[in-house]
Design a protein around this ligand. Structure first.
Ligand code: GLU
Length: 495
């Protein structure tokens, strides 16, 4: 039986979780779920200058927001921990000892100045720098030991076997890959301060954590042959590699800040749903069948496979993202809508305590927007009128174009609608109120639009608003009447 799949997402906490990183996380997560394997989260925080705990927390939060649950990693633990590289230093030291014992690593005493001078000399001769010249490779072991004991600064390098032919591997996305071994210099494994290099730490961790598939961005493709040499030196099985193509902006250039939001958090703050982001990012380089665009999580988690990942660069299409978010908003459960819209409902005028006290009222706001909303944040602009109480904030253009429009009989329409809305025998609900007002079309011999637009402006403050009677139903009768009265007073009293 094949070995159970174990994959990992290994972010360096040097910034927020970016779109590219999120896609890598989603592919690993979906692959683990689709194969019944394990998804490991590992924090690669060995760069002390650039890694911060704050960024680690931001990444974990973004992962949770996206709903990418990890089976092993920070906060959940697991049998292969710890899951932060800074807590795994002993394992790297141990691996180095192992390599020394195998004669596969050697100390190098070349100073930075010496190495820089060699590089400069090579470049001055017009030749390309061929990498480290292995000057320390053949130092007598006794002499090396003495120099180390004397405290001479040194790094540890991998002794790449002389007879190693080209390094070949079958990438699950790119297919057969081959790198000539002679261009692989004897890379540094452990720096003079004792810290492991990226390539060394990653291999130790992936091997010790039993990772079977390394799915990551193709910016790491050139690291892979180096890492394979380390696996071989340590006698570990080499995992399957799957490198993911680049994500490009609409202009065909690599996605970057120039294109707008790049972190998952920014999309969250703009009102995108986690479901949208997972679906949308999953399709940046993978497809279910080449045409389906709405792919719910459960389908992704059962159907994801490496063989449907393309090596073509993916293009980030904001218009499609917006459309897809609208689709997910339409499919949302109203309670979830309230929960995720909370910051913008508050911006619109709601209070925390009111949302907590009458969540069912807030759930009734969902249909006002669901059909048209493409971002949850839109309610901050579209729903303030629901929170004005008896006051109305009249839009000047709407006053001019609707209430004062020549020949529109807006005042008459408004007074007639007011009378209907004041009639307590009519149930305070959308349909009865709307039907009773609609009857005025005949009584007043007026087009429905001319009848309802003044009412819309008087109640919602603007000639453009969410559905009118659906809104009225959600408001207090006294407030609605007060708004109509103050509109009549302000716009028509002096005429
Ligand atoms: N820590 C690396 C990064 O954030 C990823 C390493 C890997 O996936 O092998 O780019």
């Amino acid at each position: 039986m094949a070995q159970p799949v174990r994959v990992r997402f290994a972010p360096s906490p040097t910034g927020k979780l970016h779109i590219g990183g999120a896609r890598t996380a989603i592919y690993n997560w979906a692959f683990a779920r689709a194969t019944g394997g394990a998804f490991v989260l590992r924090i690669e925080d060995t760069d002390p200058e650039r890694s911060t705990e704050e960024n680690t927390q931001i990444i974990l939060r973004a992962m949770r927001w996206l709903g990418l649950d990890w089976d092993e990693g920070p906060e959940v633990g697991g049998a292969h921990g710890p899951y932060r590289q800074t807590e795994r230093m002993e394992t790297y030291a141990h691996a180095l000892e192992d390599l020394k014992a195998r004669g596969a690593a050697y100390p190098c005493f070349c100073t930075k100045e010496e190495l820089d001078a060699k590089r400069a000399a090579a470049e001055a001769c017009g030749g390309a720098y061929g990498g480290y010249d292995r000057a320390c490779r053949d130092i007598d072991p006794g002499e090396a030991r003495a120099r180390i004991e004397a405290g001479e600064p040194h790094v540890w390098r991998l002794k790449v076997p002389d007879d190693r032919g080209p390094i070949e591997f079958d990438d699950a996305v790119y297919g057969p890959m081959s790198f000539p071994a002679d261009v692989m210099d004897d890379m540094i494994l452990v720096r003079s301060d004792g810290t492991p290099t990226y390539n060394f730490a990653v291999v130790c961790d992936d091997a010790n954590m039993g990772i079977t598939h390394v799915i990551r961005g193709d910016d790491h493709l050139s690291n892979t042959p180096r890492q394979i040499l380390i696996y071989e030196a340590l006698g570990y099985a080499v995992p399957t590699f799957a490198h993911l193509s680049m994500i490009l902006g609409a202009d065909g250039k690599k996605l970057s800040k120039r294109h707008g939001a790049t972190s998952v958090e920014e999309y969250r703050d703009q009102g995108y749903l986690p479901d949208t982001m997972v679906n949308f990012l999953a399709l940046l380089g993978w497809s279910l069948d080449g045409e389906t665009t709405i792919i719910p999580r459960d389908v992704l988690c059962s159907a994801f496979s490496l063989d449907r990942i393309t090596k073509k660069d993916a293009v980030f299409d904001e218009t499609k993202l917006s459309w897809m978010n609208g689709q997910y908003i339409q499919r949302m459960d109203p309670d979830a809508w309230v929960r995720l819209s909370r910051p913008w409902l508050i911006e619109a005028g709601a209070t925390e305590s009111d949302i907590d006290e009458r969540p069912e009222w807030y759930a009734r706001l969902y249909p006002l927007l669901a059909e048209r909303e493409t971002r949850l944040s839109e309610c901050a602009q579209k729903l303030p009128y629901l929170f004005w109480g008896p006051h109305v904030d009249l839009d000047e253009t709407s006053i001019r174009k609707v209430l004062l429009k020549e020949g529109a009989r807006a005042e008459e329409a408004l007074r007639a609608c007011r009378a209907v809305l004041a009639d307590e025998t009519i149930p305070w609900a959308c349909d009865p109120l709307q039907n009773a007002c609609r009857a005025l079309v005949e009584t007043l011999d007026m087009k429905a639009k001319l009848l309802f637009q003044p009412l819309r402006v008087a109640v919602c403050g603007n000639m453009v608003s969410p559905p009118l009677f659906e809104s009225i139903e959600l408001m207090d009768r006294a407030d609605v009447l007060a708004r109509i009265d103050s509109t009549l007073e302000r716009v028509f009293a002096s005429q």
